[in-house]
Ligand binder design. Structure first.
Ligand SMILES: CC(C)(COP(=O)(O)OP(=O)(O)OC[C@H]1O[C@@H](n2cnc3c(N)ncnc32)[C@H](O)[C@@H]1OP(=O)(O)O)[C@@H](O)C(=O)NCCC(=O)NCCSC(=O)CC(=O)CCCCCCCCCCCCC(=O)O
Ligand SMILES: NC(=O)C1=CN([C@@H]2O[C@H](COP(=O)(O)OP(=O)(O)OC[C@H]3O[C@@H](n4cnc5c(N)ncnc54)[C@H](O)[C@@H]3O)[C@@H](O)[C@H]2O)C=CC1
Length: 716
């Protein structure tokens, strides 16, 4: 709704009232339309101020309404009526003016913002475009180039930048509403002329065609296969080439092509899922709304290798004091140099960092409130570290491990307070990647989980609480995906063919390019530890079978050849030299695969792209259903957020579980049955019980899966 009051000085004040962000629901649109008519009709009113309650102007259209039929007054005629009116309307912007909220403000004749406000047109992140005139008015206000940047990235702009760009007319550090009212009084009666943005001509680059062409190429490269960024470029292009009314028509046409699209549904699902995972719970009854996180001011990081460095930087940038620990002076010095360089590179425009100390002496941890261990992925080494930490740190220190898949409970068992041990699984580079898997063990206390979840948020991450099992959620599901990729090579595919299929699906990098980037030795070490390769393998065991199931030794053989990926200049691909990044298909790999197939009597065949996708993705999805069955993730949203934020799953496809629902669970089941029949020695292709149950329940929408999961789990 919208409230209306007349205030002294002939000003009407319209307040949007729809907590928490004053989204433009049908009721709010109706409220604005009615109150605006009232203000226009009242001869005593000389100017109008539009604001939002509770310190927020407006978070845009009500995204929840998009799933159903649209009703109530349209945004476009409402904003047009504001702009066309003869009485000046001033937007008083506090908090956010996003999407339809900014479009509403652009329909006003003046915009006054608080210095802490943020504005933006983030519709592209929801698979849409700003279709309430945003693509036509913003270029007319700030020029085509700046408008295109904002609209295709969806980025939020600070009030200061908004002032520089010309989006807002004035900033205030004080009472925004008071300043806006005073300003409205001062301009009442003045001609509105060019304050109506629809009447202006946008400033355009001289070489418009090549500018727009370049913009298309750029957005296609940035968001593989995403439709909305391209539609945004076309709509902004229309602002430059068509009169306003025709530009608006084009905006509507382009919006219509996006509005009910699968991509928009997926992106909007991601928006709500990201918020849902914050409302975590554990099987032992710990919950986000009852467990109180502890404040963390002083932390330690143990191990300054690839991950420890990024974790230390993340903590410091959140204002937390860090003690960074290494084994010896040489390692410490290398860590110090790396952390300092990262901090210097990221220093520009950042706030003040917490204090940082480097040491090889664990005794220096006597005052820390939280420790994150990031030493080698070796259970024995980690156990020893946890024993030492438990002896040295205060009894109430939270002890976290960055293990990528080892048993958190075994580490907890080495300490005197196992309830204060959790996994905090960062993703590399830890200061960049947005995901944090918080792994609770059977004994982790609610306060430990709450503190780790809250810490993640403070570090700017999306934290997802997950249960303890080998690989947790993300890496556990990755295993069958990688396995399928290796099996496909055995059967006749080439690495670049598999990668191309996955990249066309929307991954930034295919599985083999990622493996080369992260280093093939990482998985090799894990497989050796698990006895799948190396001295732990029973003599006489077939190289292509382990533990009664099909196994591919291909990545082990590459490692034995010293082909560890980019770091050695060769892996699945060939690189210019060690450390180079451009991957080229390698004839060596092709002839190696040929020899391997001959040696093992494998008849190569042409593997269709669809099979590559189905086997890799459905094997991963199938494991996702098992993760849900086992209660390791609470709902499909947890899995999808982990994959979107941690594993480069294309966001416009919603995540693996959403994708399964979009394809149709019956289809996924059918294809898994087909492939399992063809490859009975790959147990991961056998459809999970939960998938079968969901199909039997009539393929319910993903929001209803939790009910089926509860039923399946109660019967186990
Ligand atoms: C605003 C935020 C920055 C606040 O962040 P924070 O404080 O961290 O709080 P959150 O936890 O994020 O949010 C709190 C709570 O609020 C909910 N929420 C937030 N924003 C919205 C919203 N816009 N709508 C609904 N709900 C919202 C959020 O979900 C939380 O609740 P919870 O989930 O229960 O926990 C941050 O929230 C944020 O960034 N919000 C989103 C801002 C955004 O993206 N805005 C743009 C919205 S889209 C838009 O405005 C569209 C348009 O401009 C075009 C409109 C034209 C429509 C015309 C349709 C034409 C159709 C054409 C053809 C149709 C043919 C056919 O019918 O078939
Ligand atoms: N590399 C990656 O992409 C990711 C790794 N991880 C996990 O993070 C952990 C660390 O991995 P990386 O940083 O890649 O390893 P790394 O090998 O780069 O670094 C480990 C560091 O720990 C130090 N160290 C070893 N024992 C120590 C001890 N007792 N005390 C202090 N320092 C000690 C070593 O000197 C080394 O500098 C592992 O558990 C790994 O599985 C998790 C996510 C991603």
């Amino acid at each position: 709704m919208a409230r209306y009051v007349r205030i002294p000085g002939s000003i009407a004040l319209i307040t949007l009232a729809n907590p928490p962000v004053n989204a433009l629901s049908a009721a709010v649109r109706r409220g604005i339309t009615e109150t605006l008519s009232r203000a226009i009709a009242d001869p005593e009113v000389k100017a109008v101020v539009l604001c939002g309650e509770n310190g927020n102007f407006c978070g845009g259209a009500d995204i929840k309404e998009f799933a159903g039929p649209m009703s109530g007054p349209g945004l476009v005629p409402m904003i047009d009526a504001i702009e066309a009116g003869e009485k000046p309307v001033v937007a008083a912007i506090e908090g956010v003016a996003l999407g339809g909220g900014l479009e509403l403000a652009l329909g006003c004749h003046y915009r006054i913002a608080h210095c802490k406000a943020r504005v933006g047109l983030p519709e592209v992140t929801l698979g849409l475009l700003p279709a309430a005139g945003g693509t036509q008015r913003l270029p007319r206000l700030i020029g085509l180039s700046a408008a295109l940047d904002l609209i295709t990235t969806g980025r939020h702009v600070s009030a200061q930048e908004a002032l520089q760009l010309g989006i807002v007319d004035r900033l205030t550090e004080g009472d925004t509403l008071g300043v806006a009212v005073e300003f409205a009084q001062s301009i009442a009666g003045q001609p509105l002329g060019s304050r109506r943005l629809s009447t202006r001509t946008p400033a355009c680059p001289a070489d418009l065609d090549s500018f727009l062409q370049g913009a298309l190429v750029q957005v296609r490269r940035r968001a593989r296969g995403a439709m909305a960024p391209e539609a945004c470029v076309r709509a902004v292009g229309a602002a430059a080439t068509l009169p306003y009314s025709q530009g608006m028509q084009r905006e509507q046409e382009l919006m219509a092509s996006l509005f009910r699209s699968a991509q928009a549904r997926a992106l909007q699902y991601c928006f709500f899922s990201q918020r849902l995972v914050g409302r975590w719970s554990t099987p032992s009854g710990a919950r986000w709304d009852s467990a109180e996180p502890r404040p963390i001011r002083r932390a330690a990081v143990i191990g300054l290798g690839t991950m420890g460095r990024g974790i230390a930087v993340s903590l410091l940038q959140a204002g937390i004091a860090v003690v960074a620990v290494e084994t010896d002076e040489q390692q410490l010095e290398a860590g110090r140099r790396a952390v300092t360089a990262l901090l210097e590179r990221r220093a520009q425009g950042r706030g003040s960092e917490g204090p940082l100390r480097f040491t090889t002496d664990l005794q220096q941890l006597r005052q820390v409130e939280l420790v994150i261990e990031a030493v080698f992925e070796d259970l024995a080494v980690k156990k020893q570290v946890f024993r030492q930490l438990s002896a040295v740190c205060p009894a109430d220190t939270l002890l976290c491990t960055n293990t990528s898949g080892l048993d958190v409970e075994q580490l907890a068992a080495c300490t005197r307070s196992p309830e204060l041990v959790v996994g905090t699984h960062f993703f590399g580079p830890a200061h960049v990647m947005k995901l944090l898997e918080v792994v609770y063990g059977p004994r982790s206390s609610p306060v430990a989980v709450a503190t780790a979840m809250h810490l993640g948020k403070r570090l700017g991450k999306v934290s997802v609480a997950v249960g303890n099992c080998p690989g947790f959620v993300g890496n556990r599901m990755l295993k069958p995906y990688l396995e399928q990729a290796h099996f496909l090579l055995e059967e006749g595919a080439a690495p670049e063919q598999v990668d191309q299929a996955l990249e066309e699906f929307g991954f930034a990098m295919g599985v083999f390019r990622v493996a080369d980037l992260s280093g093939l030795d990482v998985g090799w070490r894990v497989r050796k530890e698990a006895g799948l390769t190396g001295p732990g393998v029973a003599p006489g065991e077939s190289p292509r079978r382990r533990q009664g199931r099909r196994y591919s030794p291909l990545p082990d053989l590459l490692c034995e050849q010293g082909r560890l990926g980019q770091k050695t200049g060769r892996g699945w691909y060939l690189y210019e030299g060690p450390g180079a990044r451009e991957a080229r298909p390698d004839p060596w790999t092709h002839s190696f695969l040929q020899q391997y197939r001959q040696q093992h009597g494998l008849q190569p065949r042409a593997v269709p792209q669809q099979e590559v996708l189905e086997r890799c993705l459905y094997a991963l999805i199938n494991e996702g259903f098992r993760v849900l069955e086992d209660g390791i993730a609470t709902g499909p949203e947890d899995i999808d957020i982990i994959y979107v934020f941690g594993y480069g799953w294309p966001r416009h496809r919603g995540g693996p579980m959403f994708h399964a629902g979009a394809v149709g669970l019956a289809t996924v089941l059918d294809r898994l049955e087909h492939y399992h029949h063809a490859h009975p020695d790959i147990p991961n292709l056998q459809p999970s019980a939960l998938l079968r149950r969901l199909v039997a329940s009539g393929n319910p929408p993903i929001q209803k899966w939790r009910e089926v999961i509860r039923r399946v789990r109660s019967q186990l």
